[in-house]
Structures are given as structure tokens and as C-alpha cells.
Design a protein around this ligand. Structure first.
Ligand code: ITT
Length: 206
């Protein structure tokens, strides 16, 4: 389904209602010279994220919004997989502490679940799957970032689980990094770098 046809890409719809993701994605797409609109700018249906994989949910979000608007749509589904919790919260990361949970609720639940787990057993990875859909063209890109879950929150930037996700090589949590620093090494930044390369290949100049 990976069409080689060139498409005229002057506008992309970001198929997300998460403003923090929009900020990071818009920054990474900045030099593509494409107008970016989001689910806050156009009338779009709510998408039920009922798939069991990040790939499934990302494709579902992009397909439904592309169909509803006629615009090329780019969706992001992200999960935090913690080794000591057998990969949880994973695809359920946004509702780990229950439906409607806040970022803080989810982080607090994670820290509680990991109470007593020593630093040597707190490995985790973030994984993002991005899906691009336009008519019958579909493309997926994945990015991962390995880290450790801290025992207490550190830093004020970023969002979600960022205050407890430590990148050992930098001795910083994502919440202690600027947006550019995070995008440079993060799961989303890596998925976006691959997606940007793909989009450059299919976009018709002019
Ligand atoms: P959309 O479905 O509208 O895109 P969402 O917030 O529901 O937004 P996800 O289903 O991908 O997005 O949920 C993933 C959750 O994981 C998200 O709500 C955050 O709590 C967290 N998350 C995602 N990306 C993150 C990041 O880069 N840093 C920290 N936490 C992140």
C-alpha cells in the first residue's frame, strides 16, 4: 500500500487532540514547508482508540480523519513499556490510572506500581508509531527510546511521563530537556525523522 505516486502536500492534518504532541510534531515538520492543521482547527469525529496495538490505533486515527476531511492525515500513537511491569502501560498509557486520568494520575500510579523496584530493574522504553494516510497511500514509521523510570519526578518541561523517564546517557529526564533536545533523541523525534524523509519523497514540489 506504499504508493510511489507523488502527491501535492500543501496541508497536513495532525490527527491528535493532544496539544503537547502537536507542539513536538509541528516543530519537527517545521522545515517541510507544509501548513499544519490539527483536530482543534477542523471539524473531525472523535476516534475510539480500541485497537490492541500502537500500529492499529495510529492507522485508525489517520484513516478516519483523512476520510472525514479529505486531507492528508498524520497520527501518532505512543506507549511507555516498562520491563518490570511486563510491558505495561503500553498501548494503555493515556488511561493507565483509569478513563480521564491526568498526566499526574498516570505518573503517580506508575511510581506506586514500581515502589521497591531497585534502579537496576527500572528499564523502560517509549515507542511511537506514526501513520500517514492520504487517499489510498498509507505509510507507517516507528521510533523508540530506551530509558529508566526514576523514583521521583524531575524537571518541569515536556508532558505525560516525561518527569520520570530518565535518559541515562544524558543523566536527564525528558522533562529536564528543551523541546529540541527531546525531539533529537526521543521516540517521537525518531519516528518523525523517518516520516519526514518519506514525506519528502512523495511530496510533489511546488
Ligand atoms: P491522541 O490519541 O489524541 O493523539 P493521547 O494523549 O490519547 O492523544 P496516546 O494514546 O498516544 O495519545 O497516549 C499516550 C499517552 O502516553 C499520553 O497521553 C501521555 O500520557 C503519554 N505520552 C505520549 N507521548 C509522550 C511523551 O513524549 N512523553 C511523555 N509521555 C508521553
Amino acid at each position: 500500500m506504499n504508493s510511489k505516486l507523488l502527491v501535492k502536500l500543501d496541508k497536513i492534518l495532525l490527527a491528535t487532540r493532544n496539544r503537547d504532541k502537536i507542539k513536538e510534531i509541528a516543530d519537527a515538520l517545521n522545515n517541510l514547508n507544509i501548513n499544519i492543521v490539527s483536530a482543534f482547527d477542523v471539524d473531525v469525529p472523535e476516534v475510539d482508540e480500541d485497537q490492541e496495538t500502537l500500529e492499529g490505533n495510529a492507522l485508525k486515527k489517520a484513516r478516519e480523519l483523512a476520510l472525514a476531511t479529505g486531507l492528508p492525515a498524520l497520527a501518532d500513537d505512543t506507549g511507555l513499556e516498562v520491563e518490570a511491569l511486563n510491558g505495561a502501560p503500553g498501548v494503555y498509557s493515556s488511561r493507565y490510572a483509569g478513563a480521564g486520568a491526568s498526566y499526574d494520575d498516570n505518573v503517580n500510579k506508575l511510581l506506586t506500581e514500581l515502589e521497591g523496584v531497585p534502579p537496576s530493574r527500572r528499564q523502560a522504553r517509549f515507542r511511537t508509531v506514526m501513520a500517514f494516510v492520504y487517499n489510498d497511500t498509507e505509510h507507517l514509521a516507528q521510533g523508540e527510546c530506551q530509558g529508566l523510570i526514576t523514583e521521583t519526578k524531575r524537571g518541569e518541561q515536556g508532558f505525560g511521563y516525561d518527569p520520570v523517564f530518565l535518559v541515562p546517557e544524558q543523566d536527564k529526564t525528558f522533562a529536564e530537556m528543551t523541546l529540541a533536545e527531546k525531539n533529537n533523541i526521543s521516540h517521537r523525534g525518531r519516528a518523525l525523522a523517518k516520516m519526514v524523509e518519506y514525506l519528502r519523497g512523495v511530496a510533489q514540489p511546488g
